[in-house]
Design a protein around this ligand. Structure first.
Ligand code: A2P
Length: 317
């Protein structure tokens, strides 16, 4: 089964990484240290998660203790929406690198195809947003390309981009994006996006692979489907004597997709890593394939504000 994604320059990205969104300061230090000690070599970060400094301390301590070398680690981070202006990209990345105590990230992504005014973390009103007509993604991308030229990032990509947004970028860039990180799990398999990305040499990373059960209540709906207790997932888990989370993680890996389950619990951190040893039969893969229901746990509605420049169709275009 796929363990690494091999980039054009032969760099290897471990397909299974540790997610850190919702990992609180005060718990993410131990989570990252535990993960590295158990064998994780890929950590997914972002400044908007509010914990990069603590992630950086855990990485630094793991390196200092000789548990891992910088070269053996794959660290991803992301450009927040308030720094889309071309001149703001390198300063934002520099701040992330300082917090992470690193000289470079392995992968740097545009977090959303949505722009906010400088200093705005989450917009409350439409006026706090900036339209892509004013700050085109192609210009943001020039800042991303500069990160490569300055050796601050080894690879660059995007997150939450749909096909149309990607097509636009592909026809307006020097270096093509190498990654698109999007929500993906059996209820949102992203089959069209996956084919498009495959034919354009863009890898996918699946976020919220376990259904993001710990996200804020404001992002939840009352009757949402539950991946971890889905009868088909449960049945496959029981048959293979593994947990439902392990089935979900293994399913992504079988599709050649990177996957970044979040956990701050030592037992579950280890359990999730061990999912890479699980082999699912074609029969199991087909049964899971039938669970598609086009369901987003992260529906993007928080970018659609009265008087703001974005519709939901724009966000996922
Ligand atoms: P915890 O951090 O306490 O382990 P996602 O990656 O889709 O965002 O899901 C994260 C949520 O899933 C968190 O609530 C996390 O809790 C939980 N989780 C992580 N690993 C497992 C697991 N192996 N079994 C059940 N729940 C898990």
């Amino acid at each position: 089964m796929m363990r690494n994604l091999t980039f054009k320059n032969n760099d290897q990205m471990p397909a299974l990484g540790l997610g850190t969104w919702k990992s609180e300061p005060g718990e993410v230090f131990t989570a990252v240290k535990t993960a590295i000690k158990e064998g994780y070599r890929h950590i997914d970060c972002a400044p908007i998660y509010g914990n990069e400094k603590e992630v950086g301390e855990a990485i630094a301590e793991s390196i200092a203790k000789g548990i891992v070398t910088r070269k053996e680690l794959w660290v991803t981070s992301k450009l927040w929406n308030d720094a889309h202006a071309k001149a703001d990209v390198i300063p934002a990345l520099s701040k992330t690198l300082k917090d992470l105590q690193l000289d470079y990230v392995d992968l740097y992504l545009i977090h959303w195809p949505v722009a906010l005014k400088k200093g705005v973390l989450f917009a409350q009103t439409g006026e706090e947003m900036v339209s892509l007509a004013d700050v085109p993604l192609a210009e943001t991308w020039q800042g991303m390309e500069k990160a490569i030229d300055s050796n601050l990032a080894k690879h660059i990509g995007v997150s939450n981009f749909g096909i149309k947004t990607l097509q636009n970028l592909l026809s307006n860039c020097k270096l093509p994006p190498e990654m698109n990180q999007v929500e993906s799990h059996p209820y949102l398999q992203q089959n069209n996006l996956r084919s498009f990305c495959t034919s354009n040499n863009i890898f996918l990373t699946a976020y919220s692979p376990l259904g993001s059960g710990d996200r804020p209540d404001a992002l939840k709906t009352a009757d949402e489907p539950q991946l971890l207790t889905d009868p088909v997932i449960l049945q496959i888990a029981n048959k293979n004597k593994v947990s439902p989370a392990q089935v979900l993680i293994s399913w992504a890996l079988h599709r050649g997709i990177s996957v970044i389950p979040k956990s701050v619990n030592p037992g579950r951190i280890l359990q999730n890593l061990q999912a890479s040893q699980l082999i699912l039969s074609d029969h199991d893969m087909k049964a899971i394939g039938k669970l598609e229901r086009d369901y987003r746990y992260i529906n993007g509605k928080f970018w659609v504000l009265e008087g703001g420049p974005y519709s939901l169709e724009d966000v996922w275009a």
